[in-house]
Write a protein that binds this ligand. Structure first.
Ligand SMILES: [Zn+2]
Length: 127
């Protein structure tokens, strides 16, 4: 088998990494969810992004088709900090290009496990 490399940068093929979560497999922890959501941004999987967003903070739509579309260049997960059984934070840096300019998104995201499923709650942008 010769699959596509997963966009999250794990070094594994997409089907063996984030792709199985996009296909509905249970996500084991907040870092895996964060990675699969980054990959979903790269792949334009708006349904997956909305489905893994906490209902309290979920937007109605993401408008991923709006132009100009960012070109995602890579993800680096800095820390994954479980707080308790149902809460965790993940600090990451995602790089992208927009209109030919390079940007760097450094964020600490909060995740909550609701009914056994990890969900993205919100994030704090860091410098
Ligand atoms: Zn992945």
């Amino acid at each position: 088998m010769n699959g596509v490399a997963c966009p999250c940068g794990s070094g594994r093929v997409l089907e063996a990494c984030c792709g199985r979560f996009h296909a509905g497999a249970a996500v084991p922890d907040a870092e895996s969810l964060m990675r699969s959501r980054y990959s979903a941004y790269v792949l334009g999987l708006e349904d997956y992004l909305l489905a893994t967003w906490h209902p309290d903070t979920r937007p109605a739509a993401l408008g991923l088709d709006a132009t100009p579309r960012p070109q995602w260049l890579g993800l680096a997960v800095k820390t994954h900090t479980p707080q308790d059984e149902t809460h965790a934070t993940v600090e990451f840096i995602a790089r992208y290009k927009l209109n030919g300019r390079a940007f760097r998104l450094h964020e600490t995201s909060r995740f909550e496990r609701v009914g056994g499923r990890w969900l993205y709650v919100d994030g704090e942008i860091r410098e």
